[in-house]
Design a binder for this molecule. Structure first.
Ligand SMILES: [Ca+2]
Ligand SMILES: [Ca+2]
Length: 183
């Protein structure tokens, strides 16, 4: 009886705040969701630096992003990954930045929240840059990879942007989602 009372209360809270459990990070604006089924490959974030993915925002505020990450070295240590949002290109002006300690052994979606929400111009192109944070220093073996999709049959799973490797746009797309409050 008490259990169902708590479930009911939670349901009412979600209804009041407008969030469903699945949408706890906000509403998805842009995404290449292909990795939920099967990432086709993955690139080492440090080897391919500067590495990222461009996207075209349709909203004016960015709450967070998801990236599909793979820890190539299960060494017992988490790794601090930095996400930088840039205007236009991977060397464009920084409009937002955040870090998260990604759990050792992760092969899954990982969520990054922005405490200071980046302001975006709807219709403009932005780049999500990923890097292994070196301040403070990480363990010696980082070996973090970002998963992507894109194949001969479907070379461009996300049409409004592309993957960036060593600073250069290349075919295929990183697996990502951007979140907003819908405005
Ligand atoms: Ca590790
Ligand atoms: Ca694309």
């Amino acid at each position: 009886m008490r259990f169902w009372g708590i479930v009911g209360l939670v349901a009412v809270l979600f209804a009041l705040t407008g969030f469903s459990p699945a949408g706890a990070h906000g509403n998805v604006d842009q995404m290449n969701d292909g990795c939920s089924a099967s990432p086709t490959s993955a690139g080492n974030i440090e080897v391919f630096a500067p590495m990222g993915q461009s996207f075209k925002a349709t909203v004016s505020k960015l709450f967070g992003v998801d990236l599909y990450l793979e820890d190539g070295s299960a060494d017992g240590e988490g790794t601090t990954i930095r996400v930088t949002i840039r205007e236009g290109t991977i060397d464009g002006s920084v409009v937002g930045e955040t870090t998260s300690v990604v759990r050792d052994g992760t092969t899954d979606w990982w969520h990054f929240d922005f405490h200071k929400k980046p302001k975006l111009t709807p219709g403009a192109t932005y780049v999500i840059q990923l890097s292994v944070d070196t301040n403070p220093p990480n363990p010696v073996s980082h070996q973090f990879l970002a998963a992507m999709t894109g194949s001969f049959l479907n070379p461009d799973p996300y049409l409004d942007g592309t993957r960036i490797e060593k600073g250069v746009p290349v075919s295929g797309d990183l697996c990502f989602r951007t979140y907003t409050n819908g405005k």
